[in-house]
Design a binder for this molecule. Sequence first.
Ligand code: AMP
Length: 219
Amino acid sequence: MKNFVLLGAPGSGKGTQSYNLVEKFGFIHISTGNIIRNINIKNKKLNILFDNYYNQGKLIPDDIIIKIIENYLHKIIGNLIWDGFPRTIIQAKKFEKLLKKMNSSINHVFYFKIDENKLIKRIIDRLICSFCGRIYNKINLLPKILWICNDDKKALIKRKDDNEEKIKIRLKIYNSITFPLIEYYLNKKKLTVINADMEKDKVWNQIMNILVKKNGGNK
Ligand code: AMP
């Protein structure tokens, strides 16, 4: 089991590149944001979690996220792309322990570095599939049929937390709580910086180059 972590601000392109990694190499995409959104659809009792944290643009408490990941890890086999997890140093340390128990570890962390001024517009123009979570953009990542997902033909929706007010909160939280993870993984010599300002094919090329280097061509 290999583990690749995609780290970066909301809207930096992690979800889009995860989709490519799934398509090209059959990696399993684990987006904690998607998991949380699905819990909400399935379990109305957990609406409090949603109203108090997700809809406010705030992080779900570490212990709850870790429980979710723990449950998830037992059910999956394969090479994994972690998108949006870990997001705090506490999560990162606990994640290492969980992986160690499974004789696994993080293989590499891709940090999606991007000019923050571009993010707000990108997120405001973003739509996601209400079913699979695939990401589109009203400007440069259009679906084949307007607001229908290419893969499962379900409706595209706008996330409740993708508005200017909530994006500003999410970026503030990212900069104060998640950003220190970059240094954390740099110190562990596990992190490469990706220039996520580039258009998506060029971002993909950077990821490919690193994967080839890390695995000697064997992804
Ligand atoms: P995302 O789809 O990754 O932008 O995540 C959307 C929201 O889900 C975040 O703003 C948090 O409320 C919650 N969330 C997702 N992943 C995590 C995490 N690792 N830790 C805490 N909250 C999370």
